[in-house]
Ligand binder design. Structure first.
Ligand code: HSE
Length: 444
């Protein structure tokens, strides 16, 4: 059996795991793939580290393009990340007729259309299981396992760093900054955690899931993105008293007018399995019309969990690369040319068109008529109250100094309508601080 030759670009955390697992499980992987899969060349800026890991078993270079242009390499694994060199590496690999395996969600969420079109034209595969939820085979599930279904929605905890921070905030009553410091100390959060805590990483991942689930192009620029940096410990506490946990969810849902594509903190009923996913773990719930609700849970990051997904892609490519490209599983699950026009039938909806329910916290003066005024304004806009909690008033000192928190859960309402009523509520002299609004997802 002639081995298939692989070039690995980036032998850091995931690349190192890929090297180790491929070696450790070589015999079983060969029996599964039908032929050995061997890394013949590794490129990394840190040549010494690459030599140390590979122990002289393959070529090592500091030049990514030496791998991309190596005539013996059939599959390129891109683990550089980002949109810069990584994009050139992927596009040049495709141009050279090589298949690509990548964990680069940012690159595919932003430049996916260009990359998949080029790959289609060249008849090569671009596989990206590792780009979404690390070791969880969610791409495979959406693209193949659920292929009979009309997918209705997918919602996931797809960023471990933020889920770890939210768990810390809930367990220890910490505020966001203290929980972030813990996450950095324990190595969960990067020194610059912006993409994680601002929801961008989750938005890259849900963008990819939405394309595969609904047969639309990747459209990261249309995603609504809100992170967890403004979340207060007291909202986590109040949510808990009302029977909810707060999770950063990536959500994509098919509705009559189009597709919702959004990342934001969400109240989730505490009794849902996904609400109990704690620490750095990931989980994705997918609802299909035939199968109903399915749940996928596991490690969304880390060396060997993510390498599990990278190697699954290597095996897929090894099995399929001799097949006629038209008979392979399409990159985005739907046959190219059948993706629904982004501007036409199935547009990604602006956030103002999203319909969901809401948690509102208002800091108000504890005076007669305040509650009536607040609920009156909600009623005027057709927003129905589902539940309410009013804390005992606190005396903050001075005349007319009694204040309280008013927590309101609403039934479903259109975001645009909620924005309008929030503006009116905020203008009331008895509303004393910026109103907190967190969306609520029942996921049923
Ligand atoms: N930074 C990501 C997370 C892992 O915290 O889940 C890689 O996507």
């Amino acid at each position: 059996m002639k081995p298939i030759n692989v070039g690995l670009i980036g032998i850091g955390t995931v690349g190192g795991g890929t090297w180790t697992v491929l070696k450790r499980n070589a015999e079983e992987i060969t029996r599964r793939a039908g032929r050995p899969i061997q890394i013949t060349v590794v490129a990394d800026k840190n040549v010494d580290l690459a030599k140390q890991i590979t122990g002289g078993a393959c070529k090592v270079t500091d030049d990514a393009f030496a791998v991309v242009n190596d005539p013996d390499v059939e599959i390129v694994i891109e683990l550089i990340g980002g949109y810069g060199v990584a994009k050139d590496v992927v596009m040049q690999s495709i141009a050279n007729g090589k298949h690509v395996v990548t964990a680069n969600k940012a690159l595919l969420a932003v430049h996916g259309t260009e990359i998949f079109t080029a790959a289609q034209q060249k008849g090569v595969m671009v596989a990206f299981e590792a780009a979404v939820a690390g070791g969880i085979p969610i791409i495979k599930a959406l693209r193949e396992g659920l292929t009979a279904n009309r997918i209705e929605w997918a919602a996931g905890i797809i960023n471990g760093t933020t889920n770890f921070i939210l768990s810390e905030m809930r367990d220890k009553g910490l505020d966001f900054d203290a929980a972030l410091k813990d996450a950095q100390r324990l190595g969960y959060a990067e020194a610059d955690p912006t993409f994680d805590i601002e929801g961008v990483d989750a938005a890259h991942k849900v963008t990819l899931m939405s394309a595969i689930a609904f047969g639309i192009p990747v459209q990261f620029d249309k995603a609504y993105v809100e992170g967890i940096t403004k979340l207060a410990a007291q909202d986590i506490k109040y949510a808990e008293q009302l029977g909810y946990r707060i999770k950063l969810l990536g959500i994509s849902r098919r509705v009559d007018k189009g597709i919702e594509l959004r990342v934001h903190p969400s109240l989730v009923p505490a009794k849902r399995l996904i609400a109990n996913v704690e620490g750095a773990m990931n989980a994705v719930v997918v609802h299909g019309d035939a199968v109903g609700t399915t749940l996928y849970y596991g490690k969304g990051a880390g060396s060997e969990p993510t390498s599990s997904a990278v190697i699954a892609d290597l095996v897929d490519i090894t099995r399929l690369h001799t097949a006629d490209p038209h008979h392979r599983v399409p990159h985005l699950a739907f046959q190219p040319g059948t993706l629904q026009d982004a501007m036409g039938e199935l547009p990604v909806l602006p956030m103002s068109e999203v319909v969901t329910s809401y948690y509102l916290r208002l800091r108000v003066a504890d005076q007669a008529g305040v509650l009536a005024k607040v609920t009156g304004l909600l009623a005027q806009h057709g927003i129905s109250v589902d539940a309410m909690l009013q804390r005992e008033a606190e005396d903050v000192g001075g005349e007319g100094s009694m204040q309280t928190d008013l927590i309101i859960l609403t039934h479903n309402a259109r975001e645009g309508t909620v924005n309008a009523v929030l503006a009116e509520l905020q203008a009331l002299p008895t509303v004393l601080a910026p109103i907190v609004r967190i969306r609520k997802e029942e996921l049923n």
